[in-house]
Design a protein around this ligand. Sequence first.
Ligand code: ITT
Ligand code: NA
Length: 199
Amino acid sequence: TRLILATRNAGKITELHAILADAGLTHDLVGADAYPEIPDVRETGVTFAENALLKAHALARATGHPAIADDSGLCVDVLGGAPGIFSARWSGTHGDDTANLNLLLAQLGDISDPHRGAYFACAAALALPDGTERVVEGRLEGTLRQAPAGTHGFGYDPILQPDGEDRTCAELSPAEKNAISHRGKAFRALVPVVRELVG
Ligand code: ITT
Ligand code: NA
């Protein structure tokens, strides 16, 4: 069965292929880039779950196939949860991971370690062409470093050190990150739902 991956973020696509394959999903995963005629979805929701559902519904409706979507971001305690749903465009340029990360580090300045708590959040949504929908969430709690470290992953990975780790997410191997990440947790919870509703 064809299952649309309603995202254009290359980092997410890489991780989702590994997470879903490890969970035993054998569907034919087709990215949104295979449908260039379908316009980008406007993320007008105010929560990760709302935005993930918007993306999944748009692709399911437009393609006639079941679609899964990811909306995710970094929530910083001392910033009241920002950048949150604005993580991809925090610096003003959508998807400029380096500019987004550098702006966030500048905003935190030298705020000391115990006050640098943050978590990654991921909402994983499934939508069917008939409008059926499900959404589940996962989190990865940690602390923000003063300076980036590591080359794996994407986005804010070089500055988030998961609780209980001495490395940043960008210093973990892809398999190590997927085992504990917000995205791994959310999509492993979505797999049985896909099995039930899609087959
Ligand atoms: P799609 O909407 O096409 O999926 P996007 O990049 O716009 O792609 P989001 O709106 O969900 O996706 O934004 C997610 C942002 O949150 C992403 O750009 C990263 O900066 C950050 N982020 C999410 N998951 C992350 C992770 O695992 N590691 C590091 N940063 C992450
Ligand atoms: Na978003």
